[in-house]
Design a protein around this ligand. Structure first.
Ligand SMILES: [Zn+2]
Ligand SMILES: [Zn+2]
Length: 117
């Protein structure tokens, strides 16, 4: 914990998970190849969905209204898509979102990736 996270340019461009682990239905834990650890709540991941229903493709404008999502949103299943992404089945029936590892890494909610401003 005392060691500050050093951004590695290579792994920032091509971050790959070393280990994926579902912590019950509430959270997804990813250990990255550079040793960084990310724990995402599934509800948070749902708000990060980049599919055509949730984000307008041309403008990148977010269509999904976070507050319209159910309070309790769980992850029913996680599957790997090719070499670069995950697909998540959510308890609200949404499963069209592809979560690129690159995007997931950027969306990491930990204190090192999201320093308080
Ligand atoms: Zn979506
Ligand atoms: Zn992080």
């Amino acid at each position: 914990m005392s060691q500050p996270y050093q951004a590695n340019p290579l792994s920032e461009n091509f971050p790959l998970p070393r280990e994926l682990r579902k912590l019950g239905r509430k959270e997804l834990k990813i250990t990255w190849q550079d040793g960084h650890l990310s724990v995402y709540g599934f509800r948070y991941l749902r708000t990060q969905c980049q599919c055509a229903f949730c984000v307008e493709e041309i403008t990148g404008r977010k269509l999904l209204v976070d507050s319209c999502l159910p309070e309790v949103l769980e992850g029913m299943g996680v599957s790997v898509v090719g070499q670069y992404a995950l697909r998540i089945d959510f308890s609200d029936g949404h499963n069209s979102g592809i979560y690129a590892y690159k995007h997931l890494r950027k969306a990491c909610p930990c204190e090192l990736c999201r320093p308080a401003k």
